[in-house]
Design a protein around this ligand. Sequence first.
Ligand SMILES: Cc1cc2nc3c(=O)[nH]c(=O)nc-3n(C[C@H](O)[C@H](O)[C@H](O)COP(=O)(O)OP(=O)(O)OC[C@H]3O[C@@H](n4cnc5c(N)ncnc54)[C@H](O)[C@@H]3O)c2cc1C
Length: 463
Amino acid sequence: MSSPSPRVAILGGGPCGLYAARVLSRAGLSVTLLDKGTRPGGLATSHERAGNWYDMGCHMLHEFDQEIYEDIMGLMGAESIPVQLDAKIRWAGAFYRYPLQFQDMIRGIPPATLAFYTMGLFYAQIRQYLVPWTPVNAEEALIQLYGSPLYEFFFRDFTHRYWGIHPRELSATFITTKMPRLSAVDVLKKALGKFGIKDKSVRAVDSALLEETLHYSRTGAEAMPRAISGAITQAGGSVIQEAEVTRILTRDGRVHAVEYLKDGTTHQLECDECISTIPIPWLASRTEPPPPLSVQEAAGSLRFKPISIYGLLVKKERCIDALYIYYRDRAFHRVGEPKNAGLTVEPADHTVLIVETTCEIGDEKWRGTDAAKAQIFTDLEQENICRREDIVETHLLRGETGYPIFALGFEPHLKALQDWVDQIPNLQSTGRQGGFKYPNMHSAMRMGATAAQRILKRHGIKA
Ligand SMILES: Cc1cc2nc3c(=O)[nH]c(=O)nc-3n(C[C@H](O)[C@H](O)[C@H](O)COP(=O)(O)OP(=O)(O)OC[C@H]3O[C@@H](n4cnc5c(N)ncnc54)[C@H](O)[C@@H]3O)c2cc1C
């Protein structure tokens, strides 16, 4: 039988693990969070380099989850800076406001082209209405939603470059859960909705069209996880950074301890409950005794797309006229200028750019070779963002598990892993990496809160 106040081990200190620890420590449980990073926040943090802060990809908090939002605002206090969403999309030689306005889009697209795309869209919609069919891959799913002309113009090459995988080799599930946020198509669809052509299958669309306030800080994304980590410690919990979980030890079908490496020494942490937010394939490969062979094979089949983020200090007051801009055909897919959201930059007449790229471990972008930098700097110049000679510092931040890859046929592998986790009664695997999903920060925190509440309920403890 579990002790009245269970000891909880939380693996991973991104928004999900941190918020799970926040809920449990507030309820008075004994919580230890282990995170291999140097600072709390996982992907959603920033790192200090030569006196300036650089985000692991621009991270701003949305307000959608009111309960979490209010809690976070209470923790951050005056450190939080509200900022109006001001993003753009660079597409077909023009900038589009994000959220995209229909009149902007019509201005950008020649009428004949627009008519061609619209006909393709109509055809796809009518075909689906008359003869419903199930797409087998992302290419078919995109054609089903948008028609062939729009797929070929808008999605095919961009998707291929972003993921390094042709849409034919990506799962159709990918389309319903992680669409590149290229809202021109969505706006076109919205306009068509006025004529009675409605698409019920894509839910991401409307949220992308809302006016939004985001939250940031003078030191970038890091202020929020730092505030949550402080609150956990204040409530008696323990947050251990630079602690890499190496083994999850099970006995009689339950997790009884977690081993981690800190400062070259292996430590063991006894626990009654375990919430894991580390990548689910890593959880399987580090559990002892090991899971069945079929689960190990499933773990070996799930992959992540690594990210290389180039943080640049630029000798220029301001580079872009937005918080961030999405690009479809450059060496980067997004460039953010966090100073425009309130980041303090030293010297004050300089700015910081966060240049986001996807890559493969060991390739040029991952290693930050001169060739990779040259390509990025050339593209920045061609986009009139900054001149090469104005870039005074380059800092490379990397993430091995930036994006879960929904490769064709990934679903049964994920299910095999989830089924294996489900039969260990005191283990939960959640969050972006642990759930193999695409939550925003607040959704990841909600996933953490849900896992925490499950434990409280199981032990009859009031939140
Ligand atoms: C480029 C980019 C930009 C984004 N921008 C935004 C944005 O503006 N707004 C927004 O809401 N969301 C944004 N997101 C999404 C956001 O990053 C995620 O929703 C969030 O980080 C998920 O939190 P998590 O805790 O589930 O996972 P993570 O943040 O990935 O945390 C997982 C943690 O596990 C730790 N870990 C892994 N293995 C081990 C181990 N063996 N031992 C110990 N610790 C381990 C890692 O160190 C990490 O801290 C962005 C994502 C990316 C990639």
